[in-house]
Design a protein around this ligand. Sequence first.
Ligand code: SF4
Length: 272
Amino acid sequence: MEIVESSRKRLFIGLITATSLVVCAVLALLWIVPTIGLDHIHPWAPAIWGGVVAAIILLVAWASLGLILSVAAGRTLPLSRRSRGLTIKLFLPLMIIFARLFGISKERVRNSFIKVNNELVLGQGKNYRPHEILLLLPHCLQSSTCAVRLTYDINNCKRCGLCPVAGLLALSEAYGVHMAIATGGTIARRIVVQKRPKLILAVACERDLSSGIQDTYPLPVFGILNDRPKGPCLDTLVPLDQLEHALRHFLQTQAKPVLFLPRLNAPASATK
Ligand code: SF4
């Protein structure tokens, strides 16, 4: 597990270093090319233009250094508190393009982005009250054989234990947090607008998690990847212990962990 985590971090640090170098090189070109003709406008024009571009280069370099430091050593640089926004808005799209050149899959980049985003959210060091947290789940967690409709009211679940929804309900009740199931991005956005959470704990695949993190910025999203023993979007699972651990961290609760969580009725071997 440790090895996987540090390889995700290494991938992120490598990509962010390469991306910021390319951004700085493009900015330097923007400086050099028009300088040739700018002195025709005003003798100071090349120097002013150079100063503006140099300031942007410094800003990008400082922000990426801040990100690398916070990922690698959990340290923050002065004025680099907004690094999560910069990662989301600027670096992730560029990193995906850049990674493609090296044959690195989007999924791997998104995976490392989610890991780093989670560390940045944890690094904000904020605690929340239960009603400020929304547990947002994908529809594919519900058993494909279940006839109950959960989209409008998750409490319609009969808690038969055939899928993780029963355990998730037990967790949300034990910790008093909101919980909702979204069948897609539009419904997820509507739920967020209705509930107005201050933190989202989202369960989904790499693609949906990274687009959800981007869509809801600056709202902090802590992402937990679902397990997909039957492939994408079908009877997916969620590591309940990981979810409970994250909940306890953000709530800073001293209460005992939920000792009994409903388990899946099917034996583990049958679901993998
Ligand atoms: S626990 Fe049972 S009733 Fe509830 S959603 Fe899953 S399969 Fe349906």
